[in-house]
Design a protein around this ligand. Structure first.
Ligand code: MN
Length: 303
C-alpha cells in the first residue's frame, strides 16, 4: 500500500510509504530507544495517535496515554461520548465537529463521531503529516472472536491499518458485569511489552488485536499469540415493555464462549494469558476461492 503523505524529518521531506518502518523493512529501521527511531542517519520521534470507542473521558484512554507518552509523542483524537459496538462505521451525512479537549500535557481533540472518524480527522488535524502508530483502547470489555466485527475499538485500529499505519487495538477482557476492571494491569503489561509489540513483525493490511485479562497483574500468566476464537451470543434480543405497554427491544444477550478452542484468543484470556491476535483486513477465503471457481465452472458447463 502506498500512502502519499509527506512527513518532515529534520529538513528532509520523505513520503510516508518510505518512512513507515513496519512496511519498509528493507530500509533497516532500527528501534533506537523508547522515543527515537532511526532511518539511515535520520532520527525521528515516534508519532502516536490514540483513539477509542468508550469516549474521551474513559479511564482506559488515560491508561493507554500514560504508557504511550513514555515511548513517543502522543496526540489523542477520541469520540466525545461512548460509541461502543459501532463497528467500522463512518460518519458521512453529518458534519464532524472537533474541539480541543483539556488533557494533562497531551494535545487532545474530541470529535462528535465514531473511531473511524477520529482516526481520519486525527490524520487531518492532529498529525497532518502522518503518524507512525495508531493505538485504540484500552476498551472496557473484551474484543474476542466475532466481537471484532462489532467493535469500535478494533475499527480504530482497522482504519489506521487502511491508512498504512501500524495499528494496535487493546481491550480489557472482563467477563463479569460490574466487576472491577483492572486497567492498571493492562497499563503495566503494555508498558513492559510496548517495544515488543511495536517492533513485532507485521505486514500491510494487518494489525494486532490485544486482549488483557481483567485480573491483578501478578495473576497474569504471560502472553500468547492466538487466532480468533468463536464467541456467540444467545437470547440476543430481549423484548420489554415501556410504561405505556408498547414493546421495545434491547439487544445484548448472554455470551457463550467455547473456552476449549485450542490456540484461540478466548482460551488464552480465560486461562489468564494476554492474547495477541494478528488480524488481516483481507477477508478473502482463498481456499474457498478455488472451490467456488470450480463449482461455477460446472454451472457454466451445464447451462
Ligand atoms: Mn467500548
Amino acid at each position: 500500500m502506498s500512502v502519499n503523505k509527506k512527513v518532515r524529518v529534520d529538513d528532509w521531506d520523505i513520503s510516508v510509504s518510505s518512512l513507515t518502518p513496519w512496511h519498509q523493512d528493507a530500509l533497516c529501521v532500527h528501534l533506537l530507544s523508547y522515543r527515537t527511531y532511526r532511518i539511515g542517519t535520520l532520527e525521528f520521534t515516534m508519532r502516536i495517535l490514540i483513539t477509542n470507542d468508550d469516549g474521551i473521558r474513559a479511564p482506559g484512554l488515560v491508561a493507554l496515554a500514560n504508557v504511550a507518552k513514555q515511548f513517543g509523542e502522543v496526540k489523542i483524537v477520541a469520540p466525545d461520548r461512548e460509541r461502543s459496538a459501532c463497528g467500522h462505521a463512518m460518519t458521512m451525512r453529518d458534519p464532524l465537529r472537533v474541539s480541543e479537549f483539556k488533557w494533562d500535557g497531551i494535545e487532545a481533540y474530541e470529535v462528535n463521531g465514531v473511531p473511524v472518524d477520529c482516526v481520519n480527522v486525527g490524520l487531518t488535524v492532529a498529525w497532518p503529516d502522518g503518524c507512525d502508530l495508531v493505538l485504540s483502547g484500552i476498551n472496557n470489555g473484551p474484543n474476542l472472536g466475532f466481537d471484532i466485527t462489532y467493535s469500535g475499538t478494533v475499527a480504530g485500529a482497522m482504519e489506521g491499518t487502511i491508512n498504512g499505519i501500524r495499528s494496535i487495538a487493546m481491550s480489557m477482557a472482563l467477563f463479569v458485569s460490574g466487576a472491577p476492571i483492572h486497567y492498571e494491569t493492562g497499563e503495566k503489561w503494555l508498558a513492559e511489552n510496548f517495544e515488543m509489540l511495536v517492533s513485532a513483525p507485521c505486514k500491510p493490511l494487518c494489525f494486532l488485536n490485544v486482549n488483557v485479562p481483567s485480573i491483578e497483574f501478578v495473576e497474569l500468566r504471560g502472553h500468547r499469540v492466538t487466532q480468533m476464537g468463536q464467541r456467540v451470543y444467545q437470547d440476543r434480543v430481549e423484548m420489554r415493555q415501556d410504561p405505556w405497554g408498547r414493546p421495545y427491544y434491547w439487544q445484548g444477550g448472554v455470551v457463550v464462549m467455547d473456552r476449549d478452542q485450542p490456540g484461540t484468543d478466548v482460551q488464552a484470556v480465560t486461562e489468564g494469558f494476554v492474547s495477541i491476535t494478528p488480524v488481516s483486513l483481507d477477508w478473502t477465503d482463498r481456499e474457498l476461492m478455488d472451490k467456488l471457481e470450480h463449482s461455477m465452472r460446472k454451472v457454466d458447463a451445464t447451462s
